[in-house]
Write a protein that binds this ligand. Structure first.
Ligand code: PNS
Length: 166
């Protein structure tokens, strides 16, 4: 790599409603392998999110501040087009269980068809996090269960405020 080269840029796309420790583990591990990792929130979701895009970006910025090569952004439209505008050659996705695989495979193959020059890379979720999802975290805390250790502390605080009025 010469001094002019931006190096390998990766996009980690998702809803992140909100970010969990499973996402954060992937961000930490991938950020060590690439020059720049852009964590990008999809803006125009059909499902009703708990947190606005701005709130999700704030939480991501807060918990990713320790990783100097991680940037937080949001995007509209096709992921591969956004990746191309950011000069990213890699899309990062996490796989927890085999049940994630089918949907992820479909997306990866469609994205490859749209832009073959952009590669999808799957990373296995850390074993301590393989059962965590944003959806379950919201359900558990909303019903009064503990989510300690499943999401970063600032995120736990926001979830308690939003769902329990604390
Ligand atoms: O965290 P999620 O909700 O599983 O992330 C899904 C996401 C945002 C990666 C996916 O919905 C996406 O890439 N949407 C952008 C629109 C797009 O490119 N659609 C075609 C995908 S093959």
């Amino acid at each position: 790599m010469d001094d002019q080269s931006p190096g390998l840029i990766a996009i980690y796309p998702g809803s992140f409603d909100p970010i969990t420790n499973g996402h954060l583990d992937l961000i930490a591990r991938c950020s060590r392998m690439v020059s720049r990792l852009i964590v990008a929130i999809l803006k125009n979701e059909s499902k009703q999110p708990l947190f606005s895009v701005n709130e999700r970006m704030e939480m991501l910025r807060e918990v990713c501040a320790v990783y100097p090569n991680v940037e937080i952004d949001s995007f509209n439209g096709l992921l591969v087009d956004y990746a191309a505008t950011r000069e990213a050659r890699l899309i990062l996705r996490g796989i927890r269980a085999i049940s994630d695989y089918e949907y992820e495979l479909q997306m990866a193959l469609m994205n490859r068809r749209l832009r073959p020059e952009i590669e999808t890379m799957f990373m296995m979720a850390g074993e301590a996090y393989s059962f965590i999802s944003s959806r379950l975290v919201k359900e558990v805390i909303g019903l009064g269960g503990s989510i300690s250790g499943l999401v970063p502390i600032p995120v736990e605080r926001r979830l308690k405020q939003r769902l329990l009025g604390e």
